[in-house]
Write a protein that binds this ligand. Structure first.
Ligand SMILES: [Ca+2]
Length: 159
C-alpha cells in the first residue's frame, strides 16, 4: 500500500503540526506529539507508542520534524484504513452481530461469494482461521488470517 499522503491529508497534517508546535521550535516535543495524535486520530497514544516514536527520531533531533511527522501520520492512517476494511468484511460475515463467526456464518458467506466451492474447503478454511479451535472465529483471528493472506500474496508477487 502506498503511504504517500494525499494533498488534502498532507495539508491537514501540516496544520496540526504547526498548531502543536506552539513556540515554533520546528519540531514536536513528546507532549506536542501526543496532542497531535489526539487531534488527528481522536485517541491518546499509549506510552509505548510515544516512546517508540521518540526513540526513533531522537537519535538525530530533539523531537519529531515535519517530514518525519508526515511519514508517521500517513503510515498510521494507512494502517487504520486497512483495519477498518477488515472490520467491514468481518461485519458482513457476522450477520447476527454476535462479534464472532461460526462455521455456519462461513458457509453462508462463502456460498454467496463462491457457490461452487466444496464444503470441505470451507471447513478447512474455518479450522485454519480458528486458531484456538474453540469453534468461533473472533475478529482478532479473522484479522490475523487476512493479514497473513495478504503477506502471502505479496510474497508471490515479488517472488
Ligand atoms: Ca477461535
Amino acid at each position: 500500500m502506498c503511504a504517500a499522503p494525499s494533498r488534502a491529508g498532507r495539508e491537514r497534517y501540516v496544520r496540526v503540526f504547526e498548531a502543536c508546535d506552539e513556540d515554533k521550535k520546528g519540531y514536536l516535543s513528546r507532549e506536542d506529539f501526543k496532542v497531535a495524535v489526539v487531534m488527528l486520530f481522536g485517541y491518546k497514544p499509549s506510552k509505548v507508542e510515544v516512546d517508540s516514536v521518540m526513540a526513533l527520531v531522537q537519535q538525530k533531533n530533539s523531537g519529531v520534524l515535519l517530514e518525519e511527522f508526515l511519514k508517521l501520520m500517513s503510515t498510521k492512517k494507512a494502517a487504520q484504513l486497512h483495519h477498518s476494511e477488515i472490520r467491514q468484511i468481518f461485519t458482513a460475515f457476522d450477520m447476527q452481530y454476535r462479534g464472532f463467526l461460526t462455521l455456519e456464518d462461513f458457509k453462508r458467506a462463502f456460498n454467496s461469494i463462491a457457490p461452487k466451492l466444496p464444503e470441505r474447503i470451507i471447513v478447512e478454511a474455518f479450522r485454519e482461521v480458528d486458531q484456538d479451535s474453540d469453534g468461533h472465529v473472533s475478529f482478532k483471528e479473522f484479522e490475523s488470517a487476512m493479514n497473513y493472506g495478504q503477506n502471502e500474496v505479496s510474497q508471490l508477487h515479488f517472488a
